[in-house]
Structures are given as structure tokens and as C-alpha cells.
Design a protein around this ligand. Structure first.
Ligand SMILES: [Zn+2]
Length: 97
């Protein structure tokens, strides 16, 4: 299993170097990490929470749960839902009128 980039989770570990090189891991996405440049644990926890939320949204979509933006617009993909949450801070399960 390839190690994934801790920032974007998309890049794969491409190169590792060892001390005294300042960069210890380079990912295929271009992100690079060295000693002290790993994202802080708080950011990692927030990202883990967001990933759980997105997984739940995808699961709900698969089960046929409908989602709507606060303006009543139907949201049909996980990306639309995440965008609506980012923009409005909330979504609804029933179209508002
Ligand atoms: Zn990356």
C-alpha cells in the first residue's frame, strides 16, 4: 500500500530522503514534508472529521436520501452538498418553500 499525502490525500509517496536532508518525504502531488512540516494534529483531526462527514453524505446519497440547499435547490452530489455547507453552513432534507 502506498503512503498517501497527509495534506491532499491524493498524492502518493514518491521519494524519501533521510537526515540531514531538509525534506524527508515528497509526494506525487508535489507536497513535500520534512521534520517539523507535518500538518499539526488539530488540522489532521479536523480533516478526519470532514472525511467522516463526506463518507456519511455519500452513504446517504446511495441510500436515496435527498438533500437541499437552504434556497430549495436540490443537491445531487457530495460535492454540491459540501459546497452548500461551505456557503450556507447548513442543508435541509426537505425542500423549503
Ligand atoms: Zn498532496
Amino acid at each position: 500500500m502506498n503512503k498517501r499525502c497527509p495534506t491532499c490525500k491524493k498524492g502518493e509517496l514518491a521519494t524519501t530522503t533521510s537526515a540531514p536532508m531538509p525534506v524527508t518525504a515528497v509526494y506525487s502531488c508535489g507536497h513535500a514534508f520534512g521534520p517539523g512540516t507535518e500538518p499539526p494534529p488539530d488540522a489532521a483531526a479536523a480533516r478526519a472529521k470532514a472525511e467522516i462527514l463526506i463518507a456519511e453524505i455519500r452513504d446517504a446519497l446511495r441510500r436515496g436520501v435527498k438533500h437541499y440547499a437552504v434556497d430549495g435547490r436540490p443537491l445531487t452530489t457530495d460535492l454540491e452538498i459540501v459546497e452548500a455547507l461551505r456557503h450556507d453552513g447548513e442543508i435541509t432534507f426537505e425542500p423549503r418553500r
